[in-house]
Ligand binder design. Sequence first.
Ligand code: FE
Length: 342
Amino acid sequence: MKKTISLIAAAAAMLPVLGPGTAGAEEVNLYSYRQPFLIQPFLDEFTRQTGIKVNVVYAQKGMLQRLKAEGRNTPADAVLTVDISRLDALTNAELLQPVSSPVLDRNIPAQYRHPQGHWYGLTTRARIIYVSKDRVKPGEVASYEDLAKPHMKGRVCTRSGKHVYTVSLIASIIEANGEKATEQWLRGVKANLARKPQGNDRAQVKAIKDGVCDVSLGNTYYMGKMATNDKKPEQRQWAASVNILFPNQAGRGTHVNISGAAVTEHAKNKANAVKLLEFLSENFAQKMYADQNFEYPVKAGVELHPMVAGWGKFKSDAVNLDNVAKHRAAATKLVDRVNFDG
Ligand code: FE
């Protein structure tokens, strides 16, 4: 089990690293929800190419609270995080500043960056349906909407409705179908659950392997992480028990979310932070970043990891994620109203 580190504790432990740099030294300070194995290799390359030192505080929660508490004294120049819901929360709290960069605009499709440059997507992941190889017949499930239909009674597993991955998916359905239809859908999914929402995306696939349910919602990269897991080989069995299905191919396309980056409102090294974001959007970092976690590069034309390529081409929902984010509060309210986790 990974230990959850509070950002406050982690930052406090690392304060010397994030203190004022050596006079004249170029640096950039980063708060990251992304793990060291993912980003350290290309941060090292960034330093090698530019001479700019990157100081990183790694954490798994508390970023928004910490940035808020630090205010203009924050050492953070940029943040790396996942999910449009988190990026939108930082934007709404006025903790990010707009960036304008022809490089970022060229490399990142408009749907995956904030219209005024408050955040930029760097990799994408699709929220897909994992289906039991043995118990789901072809055509039984083809869309998110199908998960609410009567023939799926007792067959659906998912993580909490309050998790950002779920909130963003629900928000994307509100954007597509409206709030009323989405409430009905969410009630339908709840009625079809095999068990109360619990665990992470991988735990749902384990539940399919164990026969608890037949389908689950999860992000694409977990398939890669399970299928290649040497430390926990049992996860290879979980992966082997399912196929992945890209929902809504006949309609609007599959919900795709991002991992992203942004420059903080009170960045002291803004120019270096922008340079770092630009570097992360270029071919070298794009390939490395996506490959490390079985994600999709956000930049067109960057080669996919062979396993990711093997999942096949699919149609993604073309909506701008900022429009999805606008329904975040409504999505959270629906989760409460239908008592989704209860
Ligand atoms: Fe994840």
